[in-house]
Design a protein around this ligand. Sequence first.
Ligand code: AKG
Length: 302
Amino acid sequence: MTYKMRRLVRKAKKTGLAWRFGTNLVPTVRFLMRKNGQTGLETEIVRKLDADGIASVSVHDLDTFCRYDRLERYANELLTSRNVEVSRLKEKVNEDPSIGQKSFNLEMLGSELSYDAEDIFARFALSPSFLNIANSYFRMLTRLRYYNIWYTAASSVQARESQLWHFDREDRHILKVFLYLNDVDNGSGPFTYAPATHKKGQFGSIAPAYFDENGVRRTTDEQMAAVYPVSKWNISTGKAGTVIFADTSGFHKGGEARTNDRLMFTCMYTSPASESKQLLHVPRDLNIAQLTTAQLWALGLR
Ligand SMILES: O=C(O)CCC(=O)C(=O)O
């Protein structure tokens, strides 16, 4: 198959009917057959996601498997254990503006990781609330593709890569979760979203001008402002403990930290059929006895 044909097939697989009733039929049926155990807040988050593609909430209001202060403590321990890399990142952040490396960002857990049932962040990514929200938003049992802790260093060089407007293409819908582990103000590179530009949204067809950044379409603030008013941009500043859910098939950007560094947990859910890169590897000998159906699907074990 030529490159052009492969692209056409990939695009066809993402059209509504083929995506749901072709490649994702089984997880859709399994989802519909299950009892809906969502809380009122989770239902409200999904309603907002459907309409706007973004919703945010305090972590304390969600059913996560552990208290937030424990998570914050582990994140700070991680920060201490990786302090050499963090210092190097901060020192060099203005020196290496090469494209493709996101050299303003450190993936504190490494870029590929092996699922560890005891790891607090792995368990957090499989929290009941996150899976309820992801599954209800997709109306199917979804797959967790990665989780990580990002350290974003403040820099003064020109915005590039994910600091510029773009949309993700891994799947028809893509749900990312961002949990701030420190207070994020305008100078800390807040996650920023153009509401309702996701596929379910009323502005899903906006087509801002863009430039080609090593094969990826990037849009500057000026180009975005020409088609989508700045007053409607959702700039997610917030206290530590703020959780943002976003369908990143809509236009977004973030991590353009200028005055303060940002520490955050992030994870991504897609449909099981998505061809997105699998950055989370599940050991073959994992003991699955304690896992729920939603967790088994999230780990790709069903
Ligand atoms: O770092 C951020 O806030 C933006 C991240 C982003 O663009 C992405 O995960 O797709």
